[in-house]
Design a protein around this ligand. Structure first.
Ligand SMILES: Cc1cc2nc3c(=O)[nH]c(=O)nc-3n(C[C@H](O)[C@H](O)[C@H](O)COP(=O)(O)OP(=O)(O)OC[C@H]3O[C@@H](n4cnc5c(N)ncnc54)[C@H](O)[C@@H]3O)c2cc1C
Length: 403
C-alpha cells in the first residue's frame, strides 16, 4: 500500500468518507445537504459492522444514570432522542420519516431489592419525565403473568429498525457510496490524495479537501495505511444472543446491581408471526470468551431466572461475537461520548453510540468550518467509475450464526 505516481487527471471532491456504518452515512447525508461534494467508500456493505449489530436503541442517557447519578455520558446523550424523533417525523436535519420505529418506548424492570432505589431515583428531578411506572394492565405481555412480582417502568426512548434506517439513508444518498476494494485497491499519497483501483484495473486518483475515517474497528488499519498510529483505538467485545420463535415482542432492560443493565432485550418481527429476541447487557459483556453453546446455556439460565414463564422450549438460538470500536480510554471503559479528532487533512471519528451519530456529524461539520472548508462544488454527487456499495444484512439473517 505504498504511494503511486500521480495520474494525470485527478477527481476533486470536498470530502471523502471511509466507512459506511451509521457514522459515515449520517455524515454523508449532512454534507450533501449542506452542499458539499462528498463520497463514501465502504469495502463490505452499508450499515456497517456495529450499526446493524446494534440494538437500535436511541438512548437518552437513562441507562447510564442507573447508578443514581448522571454521568458525563448521560449528560451528553440527553438531547439525542429529541433530535432523532424530529428526523423520524420528517421535521429534523434528515428526513427519516420512512424509517420503521420498532417501539417508541422501552421498559425497565428490576430484580427485587433495587425497586425502592429506582423509584426514588426516577421520581427525582434528574430523570425529568422520561420514566414512569406502568400499571399492571399496561404492562407488555412478557410481564402479564401472575409469577411476575416486580415493578415495571416505561422509558420514552425509541427503538429503531436499524436495517430500515440503513436502507433509507442508502436510498437517499447511496448514489455517492462506492464499494472500496480493500486493502488492494487503495493507495494513499497522503490524507488528501489517494488512488482507487477500478474494475477495469486502472487507478483513479482523488483529491479531497478533507478525508474522514468513520470505519469503526477499521479505523486502525486505515490509519496504518496512511503511516499513522494515532488516535489509538480500543475494542470492547460482546457476545450477543439471538433467539427466535413464538415470543412476545419485548423492548426492556432488566436492572441488576451494576450501572449496566443485567439484560437488555430488543425484538424484531420475523416472517410467519415469529419474533426475534436480541439479548445484550451484562449477559453479552460477560459472555465474551464463552463458546457458542456455553453462551446459549448462560442466556437460558438468565431468562429462566428473570422471565421463567416465557416458554423457551421451541425457540432456535444463535450468538454473535462483535466488538465495539472506540478511542482508547485510560481505564479501558466506555467513552463518555462520540470522538472526533482532526489532524493534517484527516478527521478520525467514532460515535461510540448509534444515538450519537447526529452529534458526530455536527462535530465534523464544525471541524470543516474551523478549517475554513466551505462547500465549493456545483454538484454534491461525484461520479466514479467503480461500483456502488450495497447494504449489508443484519446478523440474524446470517444462517451460520444459528445453532
Ligand atoms: C452489539 C451492539 C449493540 C449496540 N447497541 C446500541 C444501541 O442499542 N444504541 C446505540 O446507540 N448504540 C449501540 N451500539 C453502538 C453502536 O452500534 C455503534 O457505536 C455505532 O453503530 C458505530 O457506528 P460506526 O459507523 O462508527 O461503525 P460501524 O457500524 O462498525 O461501521 C464501520 C464501517 O466501516 C467499514 N470499514 C471497515 N474497514 C474499512 C476500510 N478499510 N475502509 C472503509 N471502510 C471500512 C465497515 O465495513 C463498516 O461498514 C451497539 C454496538 C454493538 C456492537
Amino acid at each position: 500500500m505504498g504511494s503511486v505516481s500521480a495520474s494525470p487527471v485527478s477527481t476533486q471532491v470536498d470530502v471523502a468518507i471511509f466507512g459506511g456504518g451509521i457514522a459515515g452515512l449520517w455524515l454523508l447525508a449532512r454534507l450533501r445537504q449542506a452542499g458539499y461534494s462528498a463520497i463514501l467508500l465502504e469495502p463490505y456493505g452499508l450499515g456497517g459492522v456495529q450499526t446493524l449489530a446494534s440494538q437500535g436503541i436511541i438512548h437518552g442517557g437513562t441507562k447510564y444514570a442507573l447508578t443514581g447519578k448522571l454521568t458525563g455520558s448521560s449528560q451528553a446523550i440527553k438531547a439525542m432522542p429529541g433530535i432523532w424523533r424530529d428526523c423520524l417525523v420528517g421535521e429534523g436535519e434528515l428526513d427519516l420519516s420512512r424509517v420503521r420505529v420498532l417501539s417508541d418506548h422501552q421498559f425497565l424492570w428490576s430484580t427485587s431489592g433495587l425497586i425502592s432505589r429506582m423509584a426514588g431515583f426516577f421520581a427525582g428531578k434528574v430523570m425529568e419525565s422520561r420514566v414512569r411506572e406502568v400499571k399492571e394492565n399496561d404492562r407488555p405481555a412478557a410481564f402479564r403473568n401472575p409469577g411476575f412480582k416486580g415493578t415495571v417502568y416505561r422509558l420514552d426512548e425509541p427503538v429503531l429498525d436499524v436495517a430500515s434506517l440503513v436502507s433509507e439513508l442508502s436510498r437517499q444518498f447511496g448514489d455517492s457510496a462506492y464499494k472500496l476494494n480493500w486493502p488492494d485497491g487503495l493507495r494513499f499519497d497522503h490524507a488528501r490524495r489517494f488512488s482507487l483501483l477500478g474494475p477495469d484495473g486502472a487507478w483513479q486518483t482523488l483529491e479531497t479537501r478533507q478525508t474522514v475515517f468513520t470505519a469503526g474497528a477499521g479505523n486502525e488499519a486505515l490509519l496504518k495505511c496512511l503511516g499513522r498510529d494515532k488516535p489509538i483505538m480500543q475494542k470492547r467485545p460482546l457476545q450477543m444472543v439471538m433467539l427466535k420463535g413464538d415470543l412476545p415482542p419485548l423492548y426492556a432492560h432488566c436492572l441488576g446491581a451494576s450501572a449496566n443493565p443485567r439484560l437488555t432485550v430488543t425484538s424484531y418481527p420475523l416472517a410467519g408471526d415469529k419474533t426475534l429476541w436480541y439479548l445484550g447487557g451484562d449477559v453479552a459483556e460477560q459472555g465474551v470468551g464463552r463458546n457458542h453453546e456455553e453462551q446459549i446455556a448462560a442466556a437460558k439460565r438468565e431468562l429462566n431466572q428473570l422471565l421463567p414463564w416465557v416458554d423457551l422450549q421451541k425457540v432456535a438460538w444463535g450468538t454473535l461475537n462483535v466488538d465495539r470500536a472506540e478511542p482508547r480510554q485510560s481505564d479501558g471503559q466506555r467513552p463518555e461520548s462520540g470522538f472526533v479528532q482532526a489532524h493534517e487533512g484527516l478527521i478520525v471519528a467514532w460515535p461510540t453510540k448509534l444515538a450519537f451519530a447526529p452529534r458526530l456529524a455536527e462535530q465534523v461539520m464544525a471541524e470543516l468550518s474551523e478549517a475554513d472548508i466551505p462547500p465549493t462544488s456545483e454538484s454534491t454527487n461525484v461520479s466514479l467509475s467503480i461500483a456502488l456499495a450495497q447494504a449489508a444484512i443484519p446478523p440474524w439473517e446470517k444462517e451460520h450464526l444459528w445453532t
